[in-house]
Ligand binder design. Structure first.
Ligand code: AMP
Ligand code: MG
Length: 381
């Protein structure tokens, strides 16, 4: 779109940015027109008088594309005002708007608000030729894992957890679709007999693990599966977990028990709890910093599918949350990493005895890691 066309459109938007001007007889609180995404008015029927979208003055005429940062474009002011409008809608109004826009209306208020904001933002950016497709910034696949491990009812900090279930769910990171699943059980060699508590919790019986291979073989088999999916040679992938424990405790311990380093692909991962909290965060004081799986599913109005603490079922449900974030316009990236050298870990973190080897990853580090993965792939091809 040319500069001029962009400005013309912007002027048009300035005149009627949030809705067609209210005509006599228009019922307040109705979504009026389906083909213009900005045509939304408050539907709560009274309280939210300010939600009709009418920005007063936007300096489109002053905007010169060449000498400003992209974020100076007046469209961002429109987006910000639109966000304010969405913030003021109640749950049933939000759901109604979703339906009009052809969006999924499942979820609690924060989740739907975020869905709508992303939807309108993308539409507006597209309209002004500013939308940059995130495809080249996104991993090709997500590999969701959720290990089950030997345990007692009360695990002491030095309990030698051994992985007994190694599941993986493969998600296409662009479409959000689950494309493959893999699982092997693992025979423990330190605590060879599963505690009744562990069997009850995970549903994994002694018979299942007795028949399974040891960890080193299962890890090799997992690597074969990864290769079969062309992950790491044709496609980039991001490891996704529910919390820091899967790698920080279970995988790390299982690798050390057989005297190997944690494989490079597992040294950085996306803790979906953090990703979820960041993406759907609200200003509410009740905000949960890193919600557990059940809380995330509840927020999205999703039922847990299968049995909790079955590794493959847990991984599938984590994948469903990841799918929702992707469909709502979010992007998953690395946000935690393993640090084997405790000299590089702050004393506060070290005080968290079982997770002292897990450290947060900044956005910049995450981007660098992504670029590194892409570069390795290009060099291999
Ligand atoms: P999860 O992914 O929540 O199923 O938990 C992974 C592993 O953490 C389990 O296989 C157990 O080893 C351990 N675990 C989880 N919940 C408990 C619990 N309530 N008590 C003891 N260990 C647990
Ligand atoms: Mg689990």
């Amino acid at each position: 779109m040319s500069d001029r066309e962009s400005k013309d459109l912007a002027r048009k938007e300035q005149r009627t940015p949030g809705s067609t001007p209210a005509k006599a007889g228009n019922t307040p609180g109705k979504v009026k027109k389906k083909n213009n995404i900005m045509d939304i008015e408050d539907q709560s029927g009274g309280d939210n008088q300010n939600t009709v979208f009418k920005p007063k003055s936007l300096a489109f005429d002053d905007y010169e594309e060449n000498d400003k940062s992209p974020y100076d474009h007046p469209v961002y002011k429109i987006i910000s005002m639109k966000n304010g409008e969405i913030n003021r809608l109640d749950l049933s109004s939000l759901k109604r708007v979703c339906k009009v826009e052809g969006l999924d209306s499942l979820g609690k208020r924060d989740a739907i608000k975020r869905r709508l904001k992303e939807h309108f933002k993308i539409a507006m950016l597209k309209k002004y030729g500013l939308f940059e497709t995130p495809a080249h910034r996104s991993f090709d696949y997500l590999v969701v894992v959720d290990f089950e491990a030997t345990c007692e009812e009360k695990n002491l900090p030095d309990y030698p957890h051994e992985i007994i279930e190694f599941p993986a769910v493969l998600v296409d990171a662009r479409s959000g679709l689950i494309v493959s699943k893999w699982r092997e059980y693992v025979r423990p060699v330190i605590n060879t007999t599963l505690s009744p508590f562990c069997q009850n919790l995970t549903g994994i019986t002694q018979e299942i693990v007795d028949k399974a291979s040891e960890f080193s073989t299962v890890l090799d088999n997992f690597h074969d599966w990864i290769s079969l999916q062309s992950l790491g040679n044709k496609y980039t992938f991001l490891l996704v977990t529910d919390g820091p424990f899967d790698v920080g405790r279970f995988l790390r311990l299982s690798c050390h028990q057989i005297n190997i380093d944690v494989p490079v692909w597992a040294t950085r991962w996306c803790n979906i709890r953090k990703a979820f909290a960041n993406f759907y965060r609200s200003n509410s004081s009740t905000k949960i910093k890193a919600p557990g799986l059940q809380t995330m599913l509840n927020s999205l109005d999703l039922e847990f599918e299968g049995s909790p603490h079955s590794g493959l079922d847990d991984a599938t449900n984590i994948a469903r949350v990841a799918t929702r974030i992707i469909k709502d316009g979010g992007q998953l990236r690395v946000n935690e990493r393993l640090e084997e050298n405790l000299e590089n870990v702050s004393p506060t973190r070290q005080a968290k005895a079982r997770l002292q080897h897990v450290v947060p990853v900044t956005r910049k580090e995450a981007d660098n890691w992504f670029r590194e993965m892409r570069r390795k792939l290009e060099m291999a091809s």
